[in-house]
Write a protein that binds this ligand. Sequence first.
Ligand code: PLP
Length: 273
Amino acid sequence: MKIWLDGGLKDIESARVSVFDHGLTVGDGIFETVKAVDGRPFALTRHLDRLTRSARGLGLPDPDLDEVRRACAAVLEANPMPLGRLRLTYTGGHGPLGSDRGEHGPTLVVALGGTTRRPDSTAVITVPWTRNERGALTGLKTTSYAENVVALARAREQGASEALFGNTVGQLCEGTGSNVFVVLDGELHTPPLASGCLAGITRALVVEWAGAKETDLPLDVLERAEEVFLTSTLRDVQAVHRVDERELPGAPGPVTAKAMRIFDERAGADLDP
Ligand code: PLP
């Protein structure tokens, strides 16, 4: 396996970052997960836009997008696989211990892992912890993901594959690594970005292609929604067949099935929509 580090390809065994890299010591970093189909990245331009937005939000220098594109192409070429997940990590770099920014410029790592197509439907739980819709990191894809790790572990313990958060004012927000959509009276809704959710790229495509409305939704909408589904780079559109104790028999329901179909058709036709 070859990864990109310090401006070039390296064998994974010899690639080294400092133990004082602030991405490691204080979570001062950002990332993107990009799907790659037959060695070609999906929606790369949107991912690079979000990488830049996240960098600016964190006060990191803008990433050199030409280098990032070259890195993605080189890593994909060096590690052929039918369905892959590129992982772009960009940190504040290394420096003295403490919470200041690293002193030696940012670190860029581009790695690739394999992945498989997810099942058509899954179970989710809700967790009692809240997303802060007004935090300094809200909406940024930072490497400070420990809260998501804890919530996902709770979901796994309960036989689910995702945990959904509400925000501090009791509205539905998002999952640990996905956005959420619900069907109410036959209409498709998803929480607005002001709920504190990440501006998911799959979410944006589904809003655009399937005509979903961005609506403030109370968390208990999950007790009455006719259908629920998740979106993310690795799930695409995935129906939900259980939320906590509530079963949603027949998932994917008609609205979800239509969104899945539209997404598969459009995403398959254009790798950089
Ligand atoms: N919300 C969070 C917290 C995420 O980490 C992710 C993706 O990893 C998403 C939503 C979905 O975003 P995307 O569709 O861009 O993968």
